[in-house]
Ligand binder design. Sequence first.
Ligand SMILES: [Zn+2]
Ligand SMILES: [Zn+2]
Length: 205
Amino acid sequence: MRTIHVMFDSGLTSLERESIRDGLIDFKERFPNKDIVNYRSRQWSTGSSYCSADWFIRQARLKQAISGSGLNVEVLLDLMREDPGQKAYPHIDVLFTSCDLTRRGLKTCYGATSDRFTVQSLYRYRYLRLDDRIALIKWTLWHELGHMLGLSNNIHCANRGCAMHQGKDFDETIRFAREMTRTNRIYCPDCTKKISYGGNTMRAS
Ligand SMILES: [Zn+2]
Ligand SMILES: [Zn+2]
């Protein structure tokens, strides 16, 4: 069973950190067999390679060799893939950042997920109402965990009210996230089953 490593950069507010933590607690309640750690979020001050979200972000900025606010999400994903710790101990990596992201060919980038790595930006959620912001942070966490553990990247669930159902746009996704908070539901029974068994080796078909 692969451990889920969650890390966030030092720019996250306490509300954002708490929303992630609450989302993880809700997830863990449904999947007690999944191991979750976030030891790399506290090591902001150490500059050690691969040891903190801030290190990944600094390194990505150096690699992309441009200043400005947009951080190339693909450079970040590559760095996570290159982490020597992945070879010794393959794990799922979740990185939350306060930086705005960019991706080739996209006007707006909220995040990206590839295989067992995900980078998600909370930057654009900061313009939302407080309750929507909290709901959407949790939805993002659950949705991307679902992709890494059970449903591959382009597969979504047909059941409305399931975190793996994809809204047609940002506004609809916010509505789904709100609904989830109201009903205290995360995944439908089908997705729950897939996620329970997912994340072991290669994704089951
Ligand atoms: Zn998706
Ligand atoms: Zn579902």
